[in-house]
Ligand binder design. Structure first.
Ligand SMILES: Nc1ncnc2c1ncn2[C@@H]1O[C@H](COP(=O)(O)OP(=O)(O)OP(=O)(O)O)[C@@H](O)[C@H]1O
Length: 305
C-alpha cells in the first residue's frame, strides 16, 4: 500500500496564533480519509499546506511522493482540489470556466463534464455572478473531479448542498474510490464522514487527537443496552459491574451503557430469565465529542520559530 499524503510534525503558526501543531498523518493510496474537526480546529490550514498555498512553520510533507513546494505544477495537475469557500474564476459563465480549466489540465472529455453537471443538476451556462452558493459549490465539485485526478483534496465539500445532492456527492466519492483514486476530505459532520471514510483523523485545537478506521472507532464506541426479564430483578445485582455504567432498573427492564466488553453484564443477567437483549447502534457521536472536548481549552502554544 503506497502513501499518497505524508505529513511529519507539520506545524503552521499565523504570527503568534496557532494554526496547526505537529500534525503527522499518512493517507494511503485508494482510501477515503476523513479529516474531522470542529470549527477552527485546523482543517483548512492543513489542506492549504498540502496544496502549497501556505508555507509550513516547521515539519515536512509529501504529496504523491513529492514535496509540493519543489514539485509545483507536477503535483498540482494530479490533484483535484475543492477549497472551503469555492470562488469561481473571472469567466462569465460556468461552462466557460470548466472549458478553460479542462484545456489547462488536459485529458478532460466533454462527456465527463456533462456527466458530472447532469449528476448535480447544474446548469453550467448560468452566469457565475448569478449562481447561488449551492450551485457554486456544485461547480467546485465538478472542476475538482472532472480530470479524474489520482488524489482529491476536498475542504468541507458538501457545504451548501441539499440532502439529495449530498448523497449524490457521497456516491461520486464511492465511485472514484472504486477506480483507485484517493480522497482526503475535511468535515465537521461525523454523520457524513462515517458514511464514506475508510479512516478518520480527528483534529482538535490544531492537533490530531486520533486516527483510526471507522470500524475500529465503532468498536470502541459506547453502546446502550436494554435487557428484559420475565420478572422484576433486584437493582443491586446490576450495580458496580465491570464496563457497565448508567444502570437503571425499572421492574423487569435493565437499561445501561456498555463501555467495554459485555461479559460482566451478560453473566449477571444470566442468573435470571432473559426474554430480550437489545444493543443499540454504538454511539460514535459520544466518542467524537469526547475527543473534541477532552483536553479542555488548552492555551495557544507559543510559536517555536
Ligand atoms: N489567516 C489567518 N490568520 C490568523 N489565524 C488564522 C488564519 N487562518 C486560520 N487561522 C487560525 O488557525 C486556526 C485553524 O483555522 P482553520 O481555518 O485551519 O480551521 P478549520 O478547522 O478549517 O475551521 P472551519 O471548520 O471553521 O473552517 C484557527 O484558530 C484560526 O483562527
Amino acid at each position: 500500500m503506497s502513501t499518497v499524503i505524508e505529513t511529519e510534525h507539520l506545524t503552521k503558526h499565523y504570527g503568534a496564533r496557532r494554526g496547526i501543531s505537529q500534525i503527522s498523518l499518512s493517507v494511503h493510496s485508494g482510501e477515503v480519509f476523513g479529516f474531522l474537526g470542529p470549527n477552527g480546529a485546523g482543517k483548512t490550514t492543513t489542506i492549504r499546506l498540502l496544496l502549497d498555498l501556505l508555507r509550513p512553520s516547521s515539519g515536512h510533507l509529501r504529496v504523491l511522493g513529492r514535496d509540493p513546494r519543489s514539485a509545483g505544477a507536477a503535483v498540482r495537475q494530479r490533484v483535484g482540489y475543492l477549497p472551503g469557500d469555492y470562488q469561481p474564476g473571472r469567466q462569465e459563465r460556468g461552462s466557460e470556466l470548466l472549458r478553460y480549466l479542462a484545456e489547462a489540465r488536459g485529458g478532460v472529455t466533454r462527456r465527463r463534464i456533462e456527466e458530472l453537471t447532469e449528476r448535480f443538476e447544474l446548469d453550467p451556462s448560468q452566469r457565475l455572478g448569478a449562481m447561488s452558493r449551492g450551485n457554486r459549490q456544485k461547480l467546485g465539485i465538478v472542476q475538482a473531479f472532472m480530470h479524474d485526478p489520482e488524489l482529491l483534496i476536498l475542504d468541507e465539500p458538501t457545504t451548501g448542498l441539499d440532502p439529495l445532492m449530498q448523497q449524490n456527492f457521497l456516491s461520486l466519492v464511492r465511485e472514484v474510490r472504486a477506480c483507485g483514486q484517493t480522497v482526503f476530505l475535511s468535515s465537521h459532520l461525523l454523520a457524513e464522514v462515517r458514511q464514506i471514510a475508510d479512516r478518520i483523523g480527528i483534529v482538535r485545537a490544531g492537533h490530531v487527537v486520533a486516527v483510526d478506521e471507522v470500524a475500529a472507532l465503532r468498536e470502541r464506541a459506547v453502546r446502550r443496552v436494554e435487557v428484559h426479564f420475565d420478572a422484576p430483578v433486584p437493582p443491586e445485582h446490576f450495580a458496580n459491574l465491570d464496563g457497565v455504567r448508567d444502570v437503571r432498573v425499572e421492574g423487569t427492564l435493565v437499561r445501561c451503557v456498555l463501555d467495554g466488553r459485555p461479559d460482566a453484564l451478560i453473566k449477571a443477567a444470566a442468573e435470571f430469565t432473559v426474554v430480550e437483549f437489545v444493543s443499540f447502534e454504538p454511539d460514535l457521536e459520544e466518542i467524537f465529542l469526547a475527543y473534541y472536548t477532552d483536553e479542555g481549552n488548552d492555551p495557544v502554544p507559543e510559536p517555536t520559530d
